[in-house]
Every structure is written in C-alpha cells, then in structure tokens.
Design a protein around this ligand. Sequence first.
Ligand code: ATP
Length: 282
Amino acid sequence: MSKHLMNEQSQTRSAQVRFEDICVHHYAKPRWLGGKPYKALHGLNLVIDTQNIAIVGPSGAGKSTLIELLFGLRKPTSGEVYVCGYPLSRSTAKQRHALCQHIQLIPQEPQTSLNPYYSVSQILLEPLMSIGVTQAQHEKVTKVMADVGLDLSLLERNSQQLSVGQAQRVAIARALITEPCVLVADEPTSSLDPVSRQQILDLLASIQRTRQMRLILVTHDLDAAQTLCDEILVLNKGGVVEYGPSHQVMNQPVHAVTKALLNAQHHNNKLTKNLGEVCYAL
Ligand SMILES: Nc1ncnc2c1ncn2[C@@H]1O[C@H](COP(=O)(O)OP(=O)(O)OP(=O)(O)O)[C@@H](O)[C@H]1O
C-alpha cells in the first residue's frame, strides 16, 4: 500500500466514501451506431463518513450502478468517486488493489458469487493472499467463522454443499476477513426465507456493534434499512429524491417514491405475517 494511503488510514479509520457530482450514462447501443445515453445516475453528491447508510429505490433506480462505481467496475461519465481519499478514476491499478482491503462487498447472490471449485477454507483465504497477508491465516479464518456463527466443520465443503443461509454467512465472512472499514451489502437478504433473513440481519447488527466499520446497505427492504442504518437515501431514475435520518424517512416520508416503497413494504410484511399464521395453523 502506498505511504500516502497508509497515512490517510492511520489518521482516520472512517469510511471516507465520497461521490462528487456523479453522472453515469449507459448506452444500450454504441454511440457510433446512434445509441442514445441513458442517465443511470445524475448529479449524485454524497459523503459517507461516520454514518451507516441505506441506499433504497425501485428497480432501475441506479443502485447497482452506484456499487459498480464504488468498486471501480465502472467509470463515471463525469464526476469522481473517492474511497479513503483516493479518486478512483485517477488511481493506479495498484492503488485500487490496495483499497480492496478497506472496502468489501457482500454480493446479492451468495451461491453464485462464491467460487464453486473452492472449499470454504480456500474462499476465505483468497482475500488474505490477494493482499499479501501470510501471517496467522488460520487464526483469522477460525475467528471469522466464529464471528458469522459457522461451524469449523464446514471449512472443507465447497459452496455447492452449503445451504443458501450458510453460503450468505460465508460471503459475509469473506468480506470481513480483511477487516475493511467499509462494508457494502448488496441486497444481502433478498434470496433468503424469512427466518434466514432475520438471522442475517441480526448477524449484520452484531457485526456493526463489534467492529468499527461503515455499512452501505443497498436494499429494497426498508425495515432492514431502518434497523441497520442511521440514514436512508432514496434513489429514483438515477437521482436522489429523498435523504435523511432513517426514522424521519420511515415515519415522515416526503416523496411519492418513498411512500410507494413504504406501502409495498407494509403489504409485503402483511403477506409474510399471513403466511406465517397459515403455516403455524397447519
Ligand atoms: N449496460 C447497460 N446498458 C444500458 N442500460 C443499462 C446498463 N446497465 C444498466 N442500465 C440501465 O441503467 C438503469 C439503472 O440500472 P441499475 O442496474 O443500476 O438499477 P438498480 O437500481 O440496481 O435496479 P435493480 O433493483 O433492478 O437491480 C436501468 O434503467 C438499467 O436498465
């Protein structure tokens, strides 16, 4: 890691993610074939410093585009994304690689995101090897397995031999093992049944209590957003339509999109409750 980055890290272990005047245009067809730009994000300004933040919004709002920017998988059409003070579009591949230690992703589909040819042990060792950690690997693996509530006997299994809930815990362990200061969770409960969903939310809450890190939660699940995050930002059609403390956004929504998301959530909660009652009665 460069000296400059280390200095910034030692000065502050806070997240320091900054989106500055971000616009991202997607082209369904190349420009030279007459493709018109689609503004997936426009005019996004956001500083994530010491708060845990949920990014919510309907399908197509720009949430995945925002994650791609954070991990350098996409360059903004204009504007800049800073992670730990580093401008991603102007940093070298080496600098971006060094940042991997500090910002990690819990992907949406745990079973497809984990290497099917690797054992759980190899999956957990990979990020350590990638950043050159060769000391105390076994201790780190054992600790992170305990942190996510997984039995060590699972270490020799591959991802295909895990339940969806177990695979999600492995994905969380993989993200935690480098001790990042920013954890980005992309719909971490969307593929889970209600019981596993609650368990994963409880796990994320306990991780927040025990580790010094910022959570950026991308979700459709407003209840999870309120439970885990201090602030909620609502995106729609690539723009921010509402942003504020979680309790305020949840209890006094202003924008029609936020109200629609809340209505959908209440409806969904009701269906889940009814399903629970039916299953209990059978
Ligand atoms: N490669 C691409 N080419 C053209 N348009 C794209 C491309 N990728 C995304 N888009 C468009 O950009 C917009 C934002 O997409 P994005 O995937 O970021 O939304 P999202 O909020 O993550 O949606 P979801 O919740 O359904 O995953 C959408 O309208 C999408 O159709």
